[in-house]
Design a protein. Sequence first.
Length: 351
Amino acid sequence: MISLANKRYSPIGVDIGSSSIKFVQMSRDRNTVVHAARWDLHGHDADGDAVQESDVVLDALSKGLDSRRFYGRDAVVCLGAGNLFVQNIRLANSPDVDLAGAVRQEAQGKLPFPVDEAELRYLEAADVRHGDSMRREIILMACHRQRLESFLKPIFEVGLRPIAVDTEPNALLRSYTAQFRRSHDQDCCSMLVNIGASETLVVIARGESPLFVKYLDLGGGLMDEAVARGLDMDLPAAAMLRLHNGDRRRDQQDPEMIATIQQALRPVYDRICSELSLCVRYYGVTFRQQPLSRVIISGGEASEELVEWLGHRLGLPCQLGDPFRGLKDSGETRRRSQWSIATGLALREES
């Protein structure tokens, strides 16, 4: 049965976020979404006592897997902002340079932990002008080995077999390239923005090639705090109000409540827009390639209202990401943009 499952289905993409865990499994040809499940992370037990993070993740993994009939136990997981150090660096552009060695040497002075205790990976971006010379822009990604072991512990304990440990930037880019498969899309420069509960991930890429990666300390938590202040509510009630209002169809939403929530959220939206504008400026000054063609907004905090607002303020075409675009699925999944990372993990081909 295990062998049959491995032949007919993809590994389970497991996206462990700060507020929920999302699972996506696809058919072997990656054309059909077989299962998609989400389980929220609760940091307190029934008596209101705090629970250790590893126990919270373990419980959510177990219940989330039991909520659907997933096939097999192969999984692709990924490291996010809490476990991943990300920074663009520049190295000499010479065929004689040992790139892996040069990246490791450059990382020694930048990592917040000893390089000997790190798992290092890097992506080659593009050649950039640095003064009078050309340098190679590199996206450095690193994880402390002890943090990696702690991250994998509950995954092993629920019986999953992680066949690959990916990164959120790679998964987001893979999800995007699956949504836009035309030859024209391979020449487009796009900014991918995944807004989660705690952080916002920004990836600028040309086709399938990443050029820039950055995490912003902005997310749904700040939005909930803003609504709580604006409406003079406690935080859990504000979070619930914002969630339920966003899940309703537009013709079923209360226009007065929408206006009140949007007014409260405006300072957070302004901060997101300012940070994204800085990313656009860095791209334009550093790479001097073709202008950005579009901005794709995804993640659990993505919404049509935010897409419209950012498009107006950034002066760029913005659209809501749909990782299930062009795929067969049950159509029952809500807020489809929140599945971008998990779908990107399930789309990863086994090496």
